[in-house]
Write a protein that binds this ligand. Structure first.
Ligand code: NDP
Length: 485
């Protein structure tokens, strides 16, 4: 059995209690590795290491240039190991290998971006009215606890680690229990990249036994969380005890809106890509497809026809466009929504397990049409390849339906009329809005949600801001006493 160890204080370690848990290949349902089952003792160990590295040792003296170079070296190493990393990610998460390769390239790009940004963090001179020099200094927030989900395992780790290291923080990262392998693989190279022990610690374990103690820990200054809204709420409550800084990247139920004047072929492709990429296990999935009435029937027909041809298969085959879901639990969850949808709307594609694929957590790309926006399949995040198609009459109705959800992560608008498209962009309550596309994500642009999709922004300069404090410094330039008393 392939055993991966955690990374604490620069060392490869087992859990103090000696327990391990299995990691699966979701396409075969077989165990491919074991990882340590960390508990509160291990969390304490990792936080102590991060705390010590932040407070003393070489890290606080490391220059921004040097932090940047570490990240650039890491990016280079990731590009060198891209094929092997992508294969490991694909086996562990079930995502098609071609998508995993894109993800690994994005991981490297993310480290490169923050490697460059490390030296661009600027302070400020404040124009105060007295004879004084008033400065705003930017300083690292301290020890960051980072908790991530399973849908883009190493990419989510990079989105958290890269800005934190660039800012000068130290980190304790907990990957999702289902997909810890690529982060642990990367941890093996950290010392070679020049990262001092304790700056990046990676612990493996379950949400309640490893994630929750990390959030509670009084020595952790900030929690960066990506995951479900339900867990996000728990984290916010727990972090309130010690007034931690918190950023939350939560779920969504994003509308993908198609007006009749959109390019029809591009629209059909965009609707499918928006909801079925990465098996629909995407926080910004365009899972509510809003279509103008005048093209509705034709649209549903064309979309259904194309969806039926999506190639399901084993993740490592290059022609595979959809792999298995990540776990048995997720498979059962998505299957239950497929059944619920049959009671709430009209099924036009998929709706079950693909015929002839008896092993692995596969589900068919599924489309329900004539969905009412109040239906559970239109309101609840399914996080699988299940689309709800909803007709609308006019622009005002499209906007009303699009915004009628507790979430506000992303949205897309398809139209050749730039004036109409931009009116809709402005009316949408979402943190990310695409026009005539859905899903492209760039490290240079901000990522995060409105409403119950969370708060705080990752990526771009916004991402590093979340790991910085602002210190006001006042330097008196009067040589005389104040003269008050
Ligand atoms: P979960 O919220 O269940 O888990 C996310 C992480 O939180 C996991 O590492 C999990 O641990 C951990 N966790 C669970 N319970 C606790 C707890 N009580 N305290 C601390 N940590 C805990 O989400 P999923 O992993 O199921 O991921 C899917 C969700 O993530 C979707 O809702 C999706 O929308 C959202 N997401 C949002 C993104 C965004 O950018 N906005 C991007 C990607 C996903 P473990 O799993 O190991 O038990």
């Amino acid at each position: 059995m392939n055993r991966y160890r955690m990374h604490i204080n620069g060392e490869s370690v087992e859990a103090q209690g000696g327990a391990w848990f299995p990691v699966y290949d979701p396409s075969t349902e077989e165990i491919i590795a074991e990882v340590p089952d960390a508990d509160e003792h291990d969390v304490n160990r990792a936080v102590q290491a991060a705390r010590a590295a932040f407070d003393s040792g070489p890290w606080p003296q490391t220059t921004a240039q040097e932090r940047g170079r570490i990240l650039l070296r890491l990016a280079e190493r990731i590009r060198k190991e891209l094929a092997a990393l992508a294969e490991l990610e694909s086996r562990n998460s079930g995502k098609p290998i071609v998508e995993a390769e894109y993800d690994m390239a994005d991981v490297a790009t993310c480290f490169e971006y923050y490697g460059g940004l490390a030296t661009k963090v600027m302070g400020h001179v404040n124009p105060v009215p007295d004879n004084a020099l008033s400065l705003s200094l930017r300083e690292p927030v301290g020890v960051a606890g980072q908790i991530i989900p399973w849908n883009y395992p190493l990419l989510m780790a990079a989105w958290k680690l890269a800005p934190a290291v660039a800012a000068g923080c130290t980190c304790v990262l907990k990957p999702a229990e289902q997909t810890p392998l690529t982060a642990l693989e990367m941890a093996r190279w950290l010392a070679d990249m020049g990262l001092p022990p304790g700056v990046v610690n990676i612990i493996t374990g379950f949400g309640e036994t490893a994630g929750a103690p990390l959030v509670r820990h009084p020595e952790v200054n900030k929690i960066a969380f990506t995951g479900s809204a339900a867990v996000g709420k728990l984290i916010l409550k727990s972090a309130a005890e010690s007034i931690k800084r918190v950023t939350l990247e939560l779920g969504g139920k994003s509308p993908n809106i198609f007006f009749a004047d959109a390019d029809f072929e591009a629209a059909i492709d965009g609707a499918l890509f928006g909801v079925f990429i990465n098996q629909g296990e995407v926080c910004s999935a365009g899972s509510r497809i809003l279509v103008e009435r005048s093209i509705y029937s034709h649209f549903v027909e064309a979309m259904t026809e194309k969806a039926k041809r999506i190639k399901l298969g084993t993740p490592l085959q290059r022609e595979t466009k959809m792999g298995p879901l990540v776990s048995k639990e997720q498979y059962e969850r998505v299957r239950s929504y497929q059944e619920l949808g049959k009671q709430e709307a009209r099924l036009v594609a998929g709706g079950g397990r693909p015929a002839g694929m008896d092993k692995g957590y596969y589900v068919e790309p599924t489309i329900f049409c004539d969905v009412d926006n109040s239906a559970r399949i239109a309101q609840e995040e399914i996080f699988g390849p299940v689309a709800a198609v909803i007709p609308f009459q006019n622009e005002a109705e499209a906007i009303r339906i699009a915004n009628d959800t507790p979430y506000g992560l992303a949205a897309a608008v398809w139209s050749r009329d730039i004036f109409k498209a931009f009116r809709v962009v402005k009316a949408l309550r979402a943190g990310i809005v695409w026009v005539n596309h859905m899903q492209p994500t760039y490290v240079e642009a901000p990522w995060g949600g409105y409403k119950q999709s969370g708060f705080g922004r990752e990526l771009g300069p916004w991402g590093i801001e979340e790991y910085l404090e602002t210190k006001q410094v006042h330097i008196n330039l009067n040589e005389q006493p104040i003269g008050w008393y």
